[in-house]
Write a protein that binds this ligand. Structure first.
Ligand code: ATP
Length: 248
């Protein structure tokens, strides 16, 4: 099924120069200074994770990229454009889709209504049928309201919804949180498929084993800045260092 979707869904447009580059990103909640010079990049077609302890600033980084944190400075360069001063709607139009940790499913709306809610921002997104081919459980639940969905179904709906919009880059904040192992595996297969289709994915993960099964590179976040970076193939040799970073 996944392979069939891979054949039919078109990959995002754009050349090899399409990438995200975050430089010296600072962000505040009111007077509270939370990001202290985040700098990292993601090449087109890569899956990259932000790893780090609770409160390190991973979610704030994603929210800063999509414009949900108003007080921010530095540079967020994506697909040839500077985003730092743009509001969320303009960032979405630039081609970045955000899937928040809390998933953002409207409880009073049906699966179909939730799916159709975000506007299409560019060509090349999944059709509704392709989303349902990717997540067959959702097809059976189209009329079900958000409150009746399992955590896994909510996560699938949240991902499917941004695939419909035509976003070229996906920011997924802890997509496996609270999910059963079999659903985590399914989410992993979806991420791998999307990578094969040319999507670029930035992932916040607490589940280190999951992260290592899908990602090309991993950045370690501490106190609002990047302190280290590992290629996936370097992880085994750096297990002890990583455990110290993550406190596990
Ligand atoms: P977690 O996995 O716990 O979400 P994280 O690395 O994603 O961790 P953030 O959620 O980005 O961390 O939080 C970074 C810092 O900002 C923390 O000290 C947190 O308490 C603080 N913070 C997060 N959201 C707010 C907010 N709305 N108002 C004020 N401070 C906040």
């Amino acid at each position: 099924m996944l392979e069939a979707v891979a054949e039919t869904a078109r990959a995002p447009s754009g050349g090899t120069s399409c990438y995200l580059s975050v430089e010296n990103l600072q962000a505040w909640y009111g007077d509270s200074h939370v990001l202290h010079g985040m700098s990292f990049n993601v090449q087109k077609g890569e899956v990259v994770t932000l790893l780090g302890r609770n409160g390190a600033g991973k979610t704030t980084t994603m929210k800063s990229i999509i414009g949900l944190i108003q007080k921010r400075t530095g540079s967020i360069y994506f697909d040839g454009r500077e985003l730092i001063k743009l509001p969320p709607r303009a960032v979405a139009r630039a081609g970045i889709g955000f899937c928040p940790e809390e998933r953002g499913i409207y409880s009073s709306l049906s699966v179909r209504e939730n799916l159709l809610l975000p506007p299409t921002i560019s060509d090349g997104g999944f059709t509704t049928g392709q989303v349902l081919d990717l997540f067959p459980n959702l097809r059976e639940r189209l009329q079900t309201v958000g409150t009746k969905l399992s955590g896994g179904e909510q996560q699938m709906l949240a991902i499917g919804r941004i695939l419909r919009t035509g976003a070229k880059m996906l920011l997924l904040d802890e997509p496996t949180e609270g999910l059963a192992p079999v659903i985590v595996q399914q989410i992993g297969r979806i991420i791998t498929l999307l990578k094969q289709r040319g999507y670029t994915i930035l992932l916040v993960e607490q589940n280190f084993h999951f992260a290592s099964s899908v990602a090309d590179r991993h950045y370690v976040v501490e106190l609002g800045r990047i302190v280290d970076m590992f290629r996936n193939e370097e992880l085994d040799a750096n297990q002890e260092k990583l455990k110290r970073y993550l406190g596990v």
